[in-house]
Design a protein around this ligand. Sequence first.
Ligand code: PSU
Ligand code: MN
Length: 306
Amino acid sequence: MLVHDEVRTALAEGRAVVALESTIISHGLPRPDNARLAREFEGAVRNGGAVPATVAVIDGQARVGLDDAALDRLANDEDAVKVSVRELAAVTARDGVGSTTVASTAHLAALAGITVFATGGLGGVHRGAQATFDESADLTTLSRTGVLVVCAGVKSILDVGATLERLETLGVGVLGYRTERFPGFYLADSGHDLGWRVDSAEEVATILAARERVGTTGLGLVLANPITPADALDRDLHDRLLESGLAAAERDRVHGKDVTPYLLDWFHRESGGESLRANVALVRSNARLAAEVASAYAEQVSAGSS
Ligand code: PSU
Ligand code: MN
């Protein structure tokens, strides 16, 4: 694993670092805008006072923090594979280029000593999972990886209620940022209640620090940050696209790890770019909030150890 110099130095000095996933770059956003958008997300982390560490596999090497060349390589390579935790060893052994999901990003970030991580939407339990067993490895990975994932909830293409139940079973805490409702990715409210509301980055940092006292530093946490009303999709448009997208996926017999990219692409195309705009806005907002939390946490850790 290669940790970028800037990231390594920041970690050694106890400064704030935020990991960013890369499946969104290769499979979530259309080329050729994806490279520019990936840099915008890194810029949002910097504006929030932290060092960004985008995670990916480049020519067989797991990287935490990408230089310009590596980021362009990933963004432009049509053969980049979507790599979850189980595929990390194989893609590395075969000198492949891979983008990391929430699961594999969380895994590599934790390995590098990074606690805070930003993405758009968390993977979860797919509709019909009773029959297909399609549940994202994002969930089980968080049950054994002590990172905080800042996200806008899970997309409504998933079974949101079942995803929340699984997070509970797996011991993964969910905090709502300035909300009592679990966000619905393109929509601010998924219709599901949350037990824990937080109102500041400092509060989240205090919860991260408290894990030490109760021995839960090995468990993941989710910070759910709703999309702003100005950026949210129109609910009727959303409901229409969801229905047509699910039907199209079934008709095209899309399975396994292709389901999420297929439906994302459906939304982007059928909404004429509206969902893409919402998607970019919410990732930027999550990156910014993650940086604020990482900064507050770094301050608390250094105050506690001095
Ligand atoms: N949700 C999004 N955009 C994405 C993903 C999820 O809104 O690009 C990606 C993330 O990388 C996540 C992965 O970890 O999809 C989940 O895929 P699967 O359902 O195959 O586990
Ligand atoms: Mn799946």
